[in-house]
Design a protein around this ligand. Structure first.
Ligand SMILES: Cc1cc2nc3c(=O)[nH]c(=O)nc-3n(C[C@H](O)[C@H](O)[C@H](O)COP(=O)(O)O)c2cc1C
Length: 397
């Protein structure tokens, strides 16, 4: 099974990740990892930090001659901004004169709870690790699972359907054509847009909304649509809470900074309708086997993949750092004060979509590995092929 950890402070020397359990024999290039890192850095509304960093991964272990060898894969991504923080983020020597303590917690951030929990008198360490800069390491780690899944015919894609009040009318976006080519097609199309939207009208509204928010010193959140294609029926399980695929996917998405809601299929719309208008009826086709004319369940039934496209939706709250300050106080003087501003994005929803793709990849990969086992890609491919074949033989004429 794949598991991974990340380490690194936002302004420390580097971010790092150790990824264990990627099967041997998966062909991977550094460009594929770096491509995902570049995608995470894009998007209209990003702040100054993304101008400083050009994220590039270095692989320290686990890959030989362009193929995984089954060993833990260690990755690092250097922080270029570290050069400006060597004194205030020094690991050992403290220079009091050059290190200002941060004592005003920012609402909507980990600042206050983190300070109290870890017993600090300076908020800086909380800011450094709770920052979404950490997601660069998760995107690099997730790229490995994405490449493994791609080799199995499973693709993960995303696009942005809303930024602030600029929300697409779903009728305007024709997803079926893109999805029939695989979820990558959605991402490729979305990546052409500066806000990763598929509707040109909504894109223009979103760009205007970001400009407007920036002018006001305000920020915006939005909605991310995530699609996973090519997952056969029966991955995940209903037999135990911790094997439920819908729960694992939702948990992974909620682990992303600022993501506060997850929806599977059209769950919230379904809640307002009778069952006869919600459940995806089963039909048999001689050529395709089991088919459904709708996918309101979002490709997950009984906590297992249904064989349809998995569709998840994530709600991102507006960025917590506002140039126009929110109310706060000083933890030393206990005097009310406006919140301090740390360089920040106005909107990071497009980037969060790339992070969402990365964090669901190991969840899906683990559902595959749990059912099929296998240490080498070839072994897993053979087992998957047999499984697909047996489903085909059962339901097709
Ligand atoms: C890709 C990405 C970029 C982000 N950039 C910023 C940012 O520039 N400024 C900021 O205040 N929050 C940013 N956030 C959100 C914060 O990291 C997050 O809201 C904060 O750490 C508090 O955590 P919580 O919202 O999960 O409670 C970003 C989140 C993501 C996913």
């Amino acid at each position: 099974m794949i598991r991974y950890f990340t380490a690194g402070e936002s302004h420390g020397p580097a971010l790092s990740a150790i990824v264990e359990g990627v099967p041997a024999g998966v062909s991977i290039t550094l460009e594929e990892i770096n491509h995902q890192l570049t995608r995470r850095q894009q998007g209209y509304g990003r702040g100054g930090r993304m101008k400083i960093e050009t994220d590039q991964a270095e692989v320290l272990s686990g890959i030989r001659f362009g193929k995984t060898i089954g060993s833990p894969i260690a990755l690092i991504i250097k922080n270029r901004d570290w050069a400006n923080w060597i004194t205030s983020m020094a690991q050992f020597e403290k220079n009091d004169e050059k290190t200002a303590k941060i004592t005003i917690p920012r609402p909507g951030h980990a600042d206050l709870a983190g300070l109290i929990k870890y017993g600090f008198d300076d908020i800086r360490p909380v800011i450094e690790r709770s920052s979404a800069r950490e997601t660069a390491a998760r995107v690099a780690a997730g790229a490995l699972s994405k490449v493994f899944l791609k080799a199995l015919g499973i693709e993960i894609g995303s696009y942005i359907s809303a930024i602030g009040a600029a929300a697409e009318p779903s009728a305007e976006v024709q997803l079926d054509g893109l999805l029939s080519q695989g979820a990558d097609a959605i991402s490729r199309q979305a990546d052409l847009s500066t806000v990763r939207m598929l509707s040109k009208t909504t894109e223009a509204e979103a760009v205007a909304a970001i400009d407007e928010a920036k002018k006001r010193g305000d920020t915006l959140g939005g909605i991310i649509e995530i699609f996973i294609t090519g997952v056969p029926v029966g991955f995940g399980s209903y037999v135990q809470h911790d094997r439920r695929l819908d729960a694992a996917l939702a948990s992974a998405i909620l682990s992303i900074q600022a993501i506060k809601g997850v929806e599977i299929g059209t769950a919230f719309e379904n809640a307002r309708k009778p069952g006869s208008e919600v459940h995806d009826e089963l039909h048999l086709s001689p050529l395709e086997g089991v088919i459904r004319k709708t996918n309101r369940a979002g490709g997950l039934e009984g906590s297992m993949s249904s064989g349809q496209t998995i569709h998840l939706r994530a709600a991102m709250k507006p960025i917590s750092s506002l140039i126009t300050p929110l109310h706060s106080f000083d933890i030393e003087t206990l005097q009310p004060l406006p919140s301090r501003f740390e360089r920040s994005d106005t909107c990071a929803v497009p980037a969060a979509g790339i992070v969402a793709e990365a964090v669901v990849a190991p969840v899906i990969a683990n559902a595959i590995l749990e059912k099929l086992g296998g240490d080498h890609l070839d072994e897993i491919l053979q087992r998957l092929d047999l499984y697909r074949q047996s489903i085909h033989n059962t339901f097709c004429a």
